[in-house]
Ligand binder design. Sequence first.
Ligand code: SF4
Length: 388
Amino acid sequence: MSATPQYLLDAIEVFRNPELLGEGAPLIDLKAFSYDELKTLIVDGLGEKAFRAEQIHQWLYLHYVRSFDEMTNLSKGLRERLARVSRVSTVEHVGSHVSADGTTKYQFKLDDGAIIESVFLPFESHNSLCISSQVGCAMGCTFCYTAKMGLSRHLSVAEIVDQVVNVRRVAGESDEGVSNIVFMGMGEPLHNLDHVIRACAILTADKGLNFSRRKVTVSTSGLVPEIERFMAESNVQLAVSLNATTDVSRSKIMPINDRYDLEELMTCLRELPLERRQRITFEYVLLKDFNDSIDDAKRIVKLIHGIPSKINIIPFNPHPETPFDIPSEETVEAFQRYLIDHNVSCFRRKTKGREGMAACGQLGKPSEEKKTPRHLRKKLEVLREELG
Ligand code: SF4
């Protein structure tokens, strides 16, 4: 049995002795705990029966309540004890934009005023919700709009989970069901690893949101040590943004490649202990005349050899001031055809939400006052010159 984590031990202590919380200290956020953790907290911290945890969990994740007062099957005394030391956090829905193809971009305001975005994507066979893990991103990928924001901060466990809770709440009955969760919104999830692992546990807990672990996917730009830890500590799916097939070209668009080059990344992926039938998803954004040649497709076949995988190709989604362009339809088809003909399981991601800036790589709102990080500006200038 794994040891009780420190954050839970601390919370139990505060539940037992509310005076430990001190004046002005933040209240304990109940949405930061998995079902089992909440049970431990309620039983060990408050001396209540375990079924109370199940009731609270249902209020949080099935009824989407935002205050203890709404938890009407708890006694007034218990609600008061909970409210003394804890809170039910919520991200505030401040706007939605629905594209013609049904893609909906949701904007949520956090306690500190920061805005994050989540995108609901309806497909024929399933509905995905793309969620954010950070405010902005530190990774500086040159094809990505979010990168221009730089990193403001990590999201808390509750802020990650609450995007899902609130999309369900806002969408109400019209929500035909978010079946899949993808961590491909703002931020590099594995840069916020502790919180993402805990959020995934909450998303997949059968007593609450109950997503199949096969339908939750965390996407990374390629942080090698974090990939290893993530695979050891979480049981949801992994996607890796590949996006280029040589170190020279990958470093131009993904600075992380200077830290973990293709060989190190591929070796790590090849050695991961995958379950039977588990596959790693590679994401490959096709940028016109940059990474969309048949030579690139040939190199992909070699690079992913020996890794149980599939590849999603995503024609570039443009955004203001980008040096990149959308590849032609013929190029995309030829690229995909080459991979399929060479036994690579290759899918073309349908472009959705492009006109509403809700597509892959288009999220966030770089502020006019806060300048694009200097290293990214430099890289973009060089690319602009190179690509004409
Ligand atoms: S592509 Fe992903 S990792 Fe790269 S800058 Fe954008 S949000 Fe960050």
